[in-house]
Design a protein around this ligand. Structure first.
Ligand code: CAA
Length: 386
């Protein structure tokens, strides 16, 4: 067993850290406060290859492994989680799904645009009445011969106001339940696609989250991904990988909050010495360091399993479940270490605390991760820790 990162992985990590510090940190407080979409920053992320890291070079991507993607997500998430969620959805839900399950024509047509950031993508599964219970899709895609007629509403759509491409899950054969669902590639320029108001959120405030309405949208048959009825499996398989990205985001939030708390605790004195020399603070830092280390091993291992072509569904669910809880717990503790300063925007740590919450909710709540894990643990092919 070797815990060293390769030269290539270290280089990706350093590049992402440098980019986050120099290009994302300035202005992040203001963008968050004003809910301002990071256009300029996302453009640069596209130019630097952060939006299509795992896409094959033949489609203009970086051809990197999942661990490289996780390392970049982690560094960017220490600073700006609006940028990292935009990056995560585009990389692991949209590009990965099209490259893994799309036709040759779909890949050639869409991946170069998505990998370069010329287009940003959205993953449209959640509905007002189908969140965790994702099999109960109300959105319909009626088979009209050469096209599908798409009708319905999706909500909580990341990149909803800016994306040019949606992967939309919709029910074609209601009598077949989850096996009747299709995934359609919808270009937002197609007539009948309407974008609702931007959500005013607790965290990741400069990312654009919207409700999307589809009214009689004619989607060509060739825009369906995979066989008829493959849509739900497509969504589940995409989310298994997506959850590694969100786990990396949570790891970055925890790491970022820890770094801020550690630094502050060295500078701040109370009762005649730096506060990290008081056991009350030192023990908080010890707990943070320990749990972040545990989360890191889980997240990196889930990425490694994916890179080895091994089953990673349970590992990604475990990594997301644990890393998101570590992010929440320790970003709260990091605010506590800062005292009153932690409660004001200028010190960055309150933003990380607000951002942490969504990692326990999107791409499957902590409760959904426990469903996925418990089914493996108690299932026919029980999960055995490796
Ligand atoms: N890979 C392949 N197939 C899978 C799978 C996986 N990981 N998980 C499930 N399936 C298959 C099942 O095997 C089953 O197929 P068969 O009938 O052929 O066996 C089929 O899919 C239906 O699965 P279940 O019976 O397990 O379905 P369920 O109704 O019990 O639901 C669930 C399972 C895990 C709760 C699922 O509904 C789920 O993951 N819900 C959460 C959805 C979610 O994560 N939403 C996030 C929205 S996207 C987002 O947040 C993006 C963003 O913008 C940030």
């Amino acid at each position: 067993m070797n815990f060293h990162l390769s030269e290539e992985h270290l280089a990706v990590q350093a590049a992402a850290r440098d980019f986050a510090q120099k290009e994302l940190k300035p202005g992040v407080i203001e963008r968050d406060s004003k809910m301002e979409y990071p256009y300029e920053q996302i453009k640069k992320m596209g130019e630097l290859g952060f939006l299509g890291m795992m896409v094959s070079p033949e489609y203009g991507g970086g051809g990197m492994d999942s661990l490289s993607y996780v390392l970049a997500m982690e560094e960017i998430s220490k600073i700006d989680n609006s940028c990292s969620v935009i990056m995560s959805v585009n990389n692991s839900l949209v590009c990965w799904g099209i490259e893994t399950f799309g036709s040759a024509e779909q890949k050639a047509k869409y991946l170069p645009k998505l990998a370069s950031g010329e287009w940003i993508g959205s993953f449209c599964l959640s509905e007002p009445e189908a969140g965790s219970d994702a099999t109960h899709q109300r959105t319909t895609a009626v088979d009209m011969g050469d096209h599908y007629l798409l009708n319905g509403t999706k909500n909580w759509i990341t990149n909803g106001g800016t994306s040019k491409l949606h992967l939309v899950m919709a029910q074609t054969h209601p009598e077949k339940g989850s096996k009747g669902i299709n995934c359609l590639i919808v270009e937002t320029s197609m007539p009948g696609v309407a974008v609702g108001a931007k959500e005013d959120k607790l965290g990741i405030r400069s990312s654009d989250t919207h409700t999307i309405m589809y009214t009689d949208v004619k989607v060509p048959k060739e825009n369906r991904i995979g066989e008829d009825g493959f849509g739900f499996k497509f969504a589940m398989k995409s989310l298994a990988g997506g959850r590694i990205g969100i786990a990396a985001q949570a790891l970055g939030i925890a790491g970022g909050a820890y770094e801020l708390a550690l630094e502050y605790s060295k500078q701040r004195t109370a009762f005649g010495k730096p506060i990290n020399q008081h056991q009350a603070v030192a023990f908080k830092l010890a707990d943070m360091a320990t749990e972040i280390e545990a989360a890191k091993l889980m997240v990196y291992r889930a990425a490694w399993l994916k890179d080895q072509g091994l089953d990673y569904s349970a590992a990604s669910a475990m990594a997301k479940l644990y890393a998101s809880e570590v992010a929440m717990r320790h970003s709260v503790e990091a605010v506590q270490v800062h005292g009153g300063y932690g409660f004001v925007k200028e010190y960055h740590v309150e933003r990380l605390m607000r951002d942490a919450k969504i990692t326990q909710i999107y791409e499957g709540t902590s409760e959904v991760q426990r469903i996925v894990i418990s089914r493996e643990v108690t299932g026919g092919k029980p999960y055995l820790p490796v």
